[in-house]
Design a protein around this ligand. Structure first.
Ligand code: 3HC
Length: 383
C-alpha cells in the first residue's frame, strides 16, 4: 500500500484526543468516520470538532467552503464494523487500558480490510503488546498525538517489534500530509519520546504535593513565563487521571519512583480531575485559570524542570529508543508548542548548571530517576 491508497480514515474513540485527531484528518482532506460506543459520546465528539473548526473559520484560518466541506466528509457512527469495514487507515484512541486496547484491536482485525493499517494513539502502552491481539502485527503502529490534537504538531510514529517499514512509512507520510510533524520512535519503549522525557517532572510534582509546598499556583507562577502552559495547569488541561495512570504504568515498568504520592491520589479520589470536571489544581469553571505571577516560589525554577527533561532524554539515547538528539528535540518542542527541545536548551544553559539542579533534587527527594546519567555528566551532546 502507498499513501495515495489511503482514502478513508476511521477514528475509534471520540473523546478529547479522538475528536481532535479526527478534526486534523478532516483538515488534511480525508473522509473520516468517527466512532464511539454510545451515540452520546459520538455526538459530543462531533460537537468538539464543530467548535474547533468554527474557531478556525472565525479566525480566517479556513474558508467557509472548506469548513462546510470538512463537515460533509465527517461520518459519525456507533457500529464498529460499519466504521472500519472500508477504511484504509484506522486510529484508535480509547482509554489507556491494555486489556481494552487488545479487545478493540482484535475486533478491528476482524472487521477491517486486509490492507488496513491499525494505529494506536496510546501514550505509553507497548505497541508490540497491542499488536499481539491481531493477526497482522506488521500493520500495527504507534501513532501518538498531543492535546489539543487539532493544534499540536507532533505525532510519534512508533515501530512495534513487528511493524513493517511500509506501515511506518505510510503513517509518517500521512502525518505530514495532515500538517503534523512526525518523529519515528525506533524502539517500542514506555512513554515513547515526549512522555518519557516529561515523566520525571510528574514524579517531581507528585513530591511537591506530598511536601505541601510550594502550592501549585506558586510553582506554576515561577515557570509560566517560559512555557505555553505551566505544569500543574497542563496537568489539569490534559486530565490529572491521565497523568496519574501514566505514572502508575511507569512505576510498574520502569521504576517504583514513579508511584504517585498519596497527596496526588487524593485528587483522583475527589473526582477533581482538571478542566474536564471543572476543577483540579485550579478552578476551570470560568474558563482557563489566571495564574498570578507575583506568587512565584523562590524554591524552584524552570531549570529544575529542564534538568529533569534533559537527563531523561539522555536515557533515550543510551537505551537506543531514539539515537538522534535532534529528533528528540524536534519531538519535545512540537509536543509542547515550545521553540526549543531539551538538548538545545541544555546547550544554552550549560550542563554544569543543570547537573547542579539534578543533584539538589536528588538530595531532597532521594529518587533514583533524578540521578544524572553518564551522558548528562559528560554534557557533550551536540545539536
Ligand atoms: N480548537 C481550535 N482552536 C483552538 C483550540 C481548539 N481546541 N484551542 C485553542 N485554539 C486557538 C485559539 O482560538 C487561538 O487562536 P488565535 O491564535 O488565532 O487567536 C490559539 O489557539 C491560541 O489559543 P489561546 O490564546 O486560547 O491560548 P494559548 O496561546 O495558550 O494556546 C495552546 C493554547 C495551543 C493549547 C497552548 O497553550 C499550548 O501549546 N499548550 C501546551 C499544550 C501541550 O503541552 N500539550 C501536550 C500535552 S501532553 C499530551 O498530550 C500527551 C498525552 O499522552 C497525554
Amino acid at each position: 500500500m502507498k499513501l495515495e491508497d489511503v482514502k478513508k480514515i476511521a477514528m475509534i474513540g471520540a473523546g478529547d484526543m479522538g475528536h481532535g485527531i479526527a478534526a486534523s484528518c478532516l483538515l488534511g482532506g480525508y473522509t473520516v468516520v468517527l466512532r464511539d460506543i454510545e451515540q452520546g459520546f459520538v455526538d459530543r465528539g462531533v460537537e468538539g470538532i464543530k467548535k474547533s473548526i468554527a474557531r478556525f473559520k472565525e479566525k480566517g484560518k479556513i474558508t467557509p467552503e472548506a469548513h462546510d466541506d470538512m463537515l460533509a466528509r465527517l461520518i459519525p457512527v456507533v457500529d464498529l464494523e460499519e466504521a472500519v469495514k472500508d477504511a484504509d487507515f484506522i486510529i484508535e484512541a480509547v482509554p489507556e487500558k491494555l486489556e481494552l486496547k487488545k479487545r478493540v484491536f482484535a475486533e478491528l482485525d476482524k472487521f477491517a480490510s486486509k490492507h488496513a493499517i491499525l494505529a494506536s494513539n496510546t501514550s505509553n502502552i507497548s505497541i508490540t503488546d497491542i499488536a499481539k491481539a491481531t493477526g497482522r502485527p506488521d500493520k500495527v503502529i504507534g501513532y501518538h498525538f498531543f492535546n489539543p490534537a487539532i493544534l499540536m504538531k507532533l505525532v510519534e510514529v512508533t515501530r512495534g517489534a513487528q511493524s513493517s517499514d511500509e506501515s511506518i512509512q505510510i503513517g509518517y507520510e500521512l502525518a505530514k500530509k495532515i500538517g503534523k510533524v512526525p518523529v519515528i520512535v525506533e524502539k517500542d519503549s514506555p512513554g515513547f519520546i515526549y512522555n518519557r522525557v516529561n515523566e520525571p517532572t510528574l514524579a517531581f510534582i507528585s513530591k511537591i504535593l506530598e511536601a505541601g509546598h510550594p502550592t501549585p499556583e506558586e510553582f506554576d507562577a515561577a515557570i509560566k513565563p517560559f512555557m505555553p502552559m505551566a505544569l500543574f495547569e497542563l496537568l489539569d488541561y490534559v486530565g490529572i487521571d491521565i497523568a496519574y495512570h501514566g505514572m502508575e504504568y511507569f512505576a510498574e515498568v520502569l521504576s517504583p519512583d514513579y508511584k504517585p504520592s498519596d497527596a496526588m491520589s487524593e485528587y483522583i479520589k475527589s473526582g477533581n480531575l482538571g478542566k474536564k470536571t471543572g476543577k483540579g489544581f485550579y478552578d476551570w469553571s470560568q474558563g482557563r485559570p489566571a495564574i498570578d505571577l507575583s506568587k512565584a516560589t523562590k524554591e524552584y525554577d524552570i531549570n529544575h524542570l529542564i534538568a529533569l527533561q534533559v537527563n531523561e532524554a539522555t536515557k533515550l539515547i543510551e537505551e537506543g529508543v531514539c539515537t538522534d538528539p535532534r529528533e528528540i528535540d524536534l519531538a519535545v518542542a512540537n509536543g509542547s508548542g515550545s521553540p526549543f527541545g531539551p538538548f538545545a536548551l541544555a546547550k544554552g544553559i550549560g550542563y554544569d548548571v543543570l547537573n547542579a539542579k539534578l543533584e539538589e533534587l536528588y538530595n531532597k527527594f532521594k529518587l533514583e530517576i533524578f540521578k544524572p546519567t553518564k551522558l548528562m555528566k559528560e554534557g557533550k551532546i551536540e545539536v
